[in-house]
Ligand binder design. Sequence first.
Ligand code: CAA
Length: 262
Amino acid sequence: MSYECIIAEVRGDGERKTGLITLNRPKQLNALNDQLMDEMGQALLAFDADDSIGCIVLTGSERAFAAGADIPTMAPHTFISAFKSGLISKNWETILLIRKPVIAAVAGFALGGGCELAMMCDFIIAADTAKFGQPEIKLGIIPGAGGTQRLPRAVGKSRAMDMLLTARMMDAAEASTAGLVSRVVPAEKLMEEALTAAETINGFSGPSVMLIKELVNLAYQGPLKDGVAVERRYFHALFGTDDQREGMDAFINKRKPGFTQS
Ligand code: CAA
């Protein structure tokens, strides 16, 4: 499949590989228009359906992960046209359907929809150049892809209010302290770090990986009691897999496990 606004490629030489998606509208700092979001959705779904892929990495350029939704294409909308066309709807939410882990590797600006897209990934690895922000208020609008909901969950109410109401940007160090990103690395090491993390995940049992993603999202979205109950059932269910027997036998016999994804 050839794309115009993204690059989709397969990385790694292990049994299970990494799907790498690079946002590629450099002149517009990867501003997220419909074509890019459609293409990204197609690439994500294709990697999710491909059994040889264990994990997906989503990245941008050195200067920008993404500077937000595409402002010139949004500018002419009225309430009715935005509502009827479902502006920032379907193609923005495809990423939430993906069952394999999606790691955001962020360098430079992740603003507005760019920050929201990074927050829709499962975790964020940031270059020391990364800058996060929700500057929609400066445009006379508000975030439209979950920013008012995911940012407070990620960084707490006070810091989220500060960012959303003042439009100030958060640098990588602050994003790390606040819990928005999982690690900060020198910019030149960003892709190596993200691809290594993906490769580590690729080496584990796929069903365990997918269940952890599902359960952490349940913890993030729902009540604790329900999440713990579902976790217990899935925990029991994994004792019906070959990978559980292999993983535990390998530990006991001090050898490396060979997971078969079954
Ligand atoms: N949409 C379209 N084009 C954009 C863009 C965007 N969101 N952000 C940057 N660009 C374009 C600029 O128009 C510029 O294009 P030209 O060279 O043709 O003029 C090019 O990218 C480079 O940008 P700048 O010259 O502005 O670069 P800079 O280094 O001076 O500033 C910046 C970088 C701080 C990111 C600045 O471009 C900026 O503030 N961008 C807008 C950020 C923003 O408001 N994002 C929120 C969008 S709304 C949204 O996302 C809604 C939602 O919730 C989904």
